[in-house]
Structures are given as structure tokens and as C-alpha cells.
Design a protein around this ligand. Structure first.
Ligand code: HEM
Length: 160
């Protein structure tokens, strides 16, 4: 995982902006997933607990199991923010996490929609503090996380 791609200034911007989000991960995570279901409603059926499908994004966003998934996602981002100086140490974990997502039917392409939703959530949370530099820094970090997860998709061609 390419941690060298983030400059010192970018790492500082990420840490500073994440402070605002981490205080209420479920609320902000719900903004992220609310946006995700708006952008791609086909992702909703991938979330099934006890084989039960949600009838609407609203129903999904209020289910305790889904709120747990939101917490899990925010914890992964939190781990990345806490390891900006040493992202490769998360490589193996993220690769396995990618495998698990392939197993539940997630397509690699969907992670770009997740990235868009992450930026939407950050803008929503940070307001005018969400400047182009902050956006660029987060885009780089997110790309690094997704690249590591993508290595878990066994159908990907060699070297991808
Ligand atoms: C297209 C978007 C996504 C879909 C459809 C999805 C779906 C799922 C499903 C169905 C599970 C298993 C049930 C559960 O634990 O709730 C799961 C587990 C999990 N997901 Fe996601 N997920 C998505 C994105 C993400 C992202 C972006 C992250 C973190 C960066 C993430 C982190 C996790 C974690 C940590 C688990 C638990 C894995 C374990 O049990 O070890 N998910 N996901």
C-alpha cells in the first residue's frame, strides 16, 4: 500500500478533518450510506441479515445490524487515519476484507461509488472546511485503502 503518496501536509489535513467526523461515526456513516443508496440503489439487497431483505434504504439505515456495519466501516477508516505513516501494516487485513466483500457479492466497481459517498459525507460534515486540498488528500487515502481491498478479489487479472 502506497503511503508515500501522501505528503506531510496531506496527512495533517486528513487527521484534522477526521477529528470532526469521528465524534459521531454512526451519524456521519449514515450520511455516507444514505448517499450510497441514492447513487446506487442496487447495493441495498447486498445487505441481508438473517436472509431478510430491506424494503427501503430507510429501513436498512435504522436496522441495528446495519448500524453495526456502519461502525465497522468507520473503524476501518479510523484505523487508516491512525496509520497514515505506516499504511502497509493494514495491507493484509484489507486484502482479507476485500475477499469477504467479494464473497457477499460486492463488485470492485462499487467501491468508487463508496468513495464518492465518502467525499459527500465529508463535505456535509465539514462545510466550508472541505476545501480542494482536503478533498485531494482524502481521495488519495481512500484510493490506497480500496487498492488494498481490491487485491482480495480473486477474479482480478495479475498485477492489478
Ligand atoms: C458497496 C459497499 C459495501 C457493501 C455492500 C458491504 C457489505 C457488507 C456485508 C454484507 C458484510 C457482512 C455483514 C456485516 O458484517 O454487516 C460486510 C462486512 C464488513 N464490511 Fe462491508 N460493505 C461495503 C463497504 C464497506 C467498506 C467501504 C468498508 C470499510 C472500508 C467495509 C467494512 C466492513 C467490515 C469491517 C466488515 C466486517 C468483516 C468481518 O466480519 O470480518 N464495508 N460488508
Amino acid at each position: 500500500m502506497e503511503s508515500g503518496a501522501l505528503s506531510r501536509a496531506q496527512r495533517a489535513l486528513i487527521r484534522e478533518s477526521w477529528q470532526r467526523v469521528r465524534g459521531d461515526p454512526v451519524q456521519h456513516g449514515a450520511v455516507l450510506f444514505g448517499r450510497l443508496f441514492e447513487l446506487d440503489p442496487d447495493l441495498l439487497p447486498l445487505f441481508q441479515y438473517n436472509c431478510k431483505q430491506f424494503a427501503s434504504p430507510q429501513e436498512c439505515l435504522s436496522a441495528p445490524e446495519f448500524l453495526d456495519h456502519i461502525r465497522k466501516v468507520m473503524l476501518v477508516i479510523d484505523a487508516a487515519v491512525n496509520h497514515l505513516e505506516n499504511l502497509p501494516c493494514l495491507e493484509e487485513y484489507l486484502c482479507n476484507l476485500g475477499k469477504k466483500h467479494q464473497a457477499v457479492g460486492v463488485k470492485v466497481e462499487s467501491f468508487s461509488t463508496v468513495g464518492e459517498s465518502l467525499l459527500y459525507m465529508l463535505e456535509n460534515c465539514l462545510g466550508t472546511a472541505f476545501c480542494p486540498d482536503v478533498q485531494e488528500a482524502w481521495t488519495k487515502l481512500y484510493d490506497a485503502v480500496v487498492k488494498a481491498m481490491q487485491r482480495g478479489w480473486d477474479a482480478l487479472p495479475e498485477g492489478d
